[in-house]
Design a protein around this ligand. Structure first.
Ligand SMILES: [Zn+2]
Ligand SMILES: [Zn+2]
Length: 169
């Protein structure tokens, strides 16, 4: 699939299911640093007269950078969102959630919504693991795999100060 335009004009009332695989570029995420993998789009569409309720399930994997230790890690996304469209302008006016369709529209373009849903599904805190120890601000050691190199120095300096005190007695 090279777009996310869903033809709806010919659909009969009832349930229609679509399974698509798209690249991040299709939903405007081509240049986005996190999205590299194909996006599995499962669409469960219910049509009733002029109205369309579309449940979109998105599955992919993003590559994030840990806020604490700056290592890249994979993060699975599996998110489900609902969209509602209607040719009926009056009905759409009663609910902000309902998007109005132009009477001549024969498809809905889901690409922008899919992009928004994927961005919403990103974690607010990007951590390679809950217990990530991060990087030492002093010596730059990745504390997940190595021990801090500046800790010893600090102790040495304290010891020096103590020595001075003892010597001055
Ligand atoms: Zn980390
Ligand atoms: Zn350190």
């Amino acid at each position: 699939m090279d777009d996310l335009k869903l033809k709806i004009s010919h659909l009969s009332d009832g349930v229609h299911e679509f399974n698509l695989i798209v690249s991040p570029s299709v939903c405007g995420l081509k240049e986005h640093e996190y999205f590299h993998e194909p996006i599995y789009v499962n669409i469960y569409l219910q049509k009733f007269q002029q109205n369309f309720v579309i449940d979109v399930n998105l599955i992919t994997q993003v590559q994030l950078v840990c806020d604490r230790c700056l290592t890249k890690f994979n993060f699975p996304i599996n998110t489900r969102e609902r969209l509602t469209f209607s040719y009926d302008k009056e009905l759409a006016g009663t609910d902000d959630e309902i998007k109005v369709l132009d009477s001549k529209a024969y498809y809905v373009d889901l690409s922008e919504d899919v992009r928004d849903f994927l961005l919403l599904a990103l974690p607010s805190k990007m951590l390679c693991s809950e217990n990530c120890a991060g990087i030492c601000a002093g010596c730059g050691a990745d504390l997940n795999v190595e021990t801090c190199r500046c800790e010893k120095k600090t102790i040495d300096h304290r010891w020096d100060a103590l020595q001075v005190l003892l010597e001055n007695k």
